[in-house]
Design a protein around this ligand. Structure first.
Ligand SMILES: Cc1cc2nc3c(=O)[nH]c(=O)nc-3n(C[C@H](O)[C@H](O)[C@H](O)COP(=O)(O)O)c2cc1C
Length: 205
C-alpha cells in the first residue's frame, strides 16, 4: 500500500448508527474470567487496555447485553487471560456462546484454577494472566468499562525475566473483527532502545 495517500484516494465515511467498524483493528484478545454463584464464565474481549502503571489498573469494556456484564456488575473480581494465537478456535467458541445458556468451561474443556487473590478463574493456557479486584465501572454508550486493580500476575516462567513479550516464544492472539484472527510477524520486530530521546528535559523512561 502507498504510504502517502492523497485525499482523493480516501472515502469520507460518516459512522452510521448501529453499524460496527473494524478498520482500527487488530486488537489484542484477552479472555475475561469471572465467577458467579459458584459458576465460572469466560468471554473474549478485544477492548481491553492498561489504564495506569501506578497503581496498575486494567480495564475491560463489556457490552451491556453480555452475560459477563451482569456478572461483572455484581462481582468484585475478574481475571484477564492472554492466550497464544494457536488458541483461536477456543476463543471463537467462547466468544460465540453465552454463559447464560451453557457452562463454557465444561463445554469447551477450559482448564483453570481459581485466583489466589481474586475470586475469579485463571486459565491454565494463558501465557499471562491478571487477577483484578474491581475498582470502578463507567458506562460508555452500549458498553461498560470495568476497571480492575491488578493484585496478582501469572507470568509464564519462560517469559518472566524479560520486561516485554518474547515474540519468539509467544504469538499473541490478535482479532481483526468479524471472526478473523491474526498474529504478529516475528520478522517485523524492530528495537530502537539505543536511540537517544528527543525530550528537552532529562527523562529516562
Ligand atoms: C475475539 C472476540 C473479541 C470480543 N471482544 C469483545 C469486547 O471487547 N467486548 C465485548 O463486550 N464483547 C466482545 N466480544 C463478544 C463476547 O465475547 C461475546 O458476546 C460472548 O458471547 C459473551 O459471552 P457471555 O454472554 O458469556 O458474556 C468478543 C468476541 C470475540 C470472539
Amino acid at each position: 500500500m502507498d504510504d502517502k495517500k492523497p485525499a482523493e484516494d480516501r472515502d469520507l465515511v460518516e459512522p452510521v448508527e448501529g453499524e460496527k467498524y473494524f478498520h482500527y483493528y487488530p486488537q489484542l484478545v484477552a479472555v475475561i474470567g469471572v465467577m458467579h454463584n459458584g459458576k465460572t464464565n469466560f468471554a473474549p474481549c478485544a477492548w481491553s487496555t492498561g489504564l495506569s502503571y501506578n497503581p496498575f489498573l486494567f480495564g475491560v469494556s463489556v457490552g451491556k447485553d453480555r452475560f459477563t456484564h451482569g456478572v461483572l456488575t455484581e462481582s468484585d473480581a475478574f481475571t484477564v487471560n492472554f492466550l497464544d494465537f494457536h488458541h483461536f478456535r477456543l476463543v471463537r467458541s467462547l466468544g460465540r456462546s453465552s454463559g447464560a445458556e451453557i457452562d463454557k468451561a465444561k463445554e469447551f474443556n477450559v482448564s483453570y484454577a481459581m485466583g489466589k487473590k481474586a475470586a475469579a478463574p485463571v486459565m491454565d493456557a494463558a501465557y499471562y494472566a491478571l487477577e483484578c479486584r474491581k475498582q470502578e465501572a463507567h458506562c460508555f454508550g452500549d458498553h461498560t468499562l470495568f476497571v480492575g486493580a491488578v493484585v496478582l500476575m501469572h507470568v509464564s516462567r519462560s517469559l518472566a525475566q524479560a520486561p516485554i513479550l518474547n515474540t519468539e516464544l509467544v504469538s499473541p492472539l490478535l482479532y481483526l473483527g468479524v471472526d478473523h484472527y491474526i498474529t504478529t510477524d516475528k520478522a517485523s520486530r524492530a528495537c530502537l532502545k539505543d536511540l537517544p530521546f528527543h525530550y528537552k528535559r532529562d527523562k529516562r523512561r
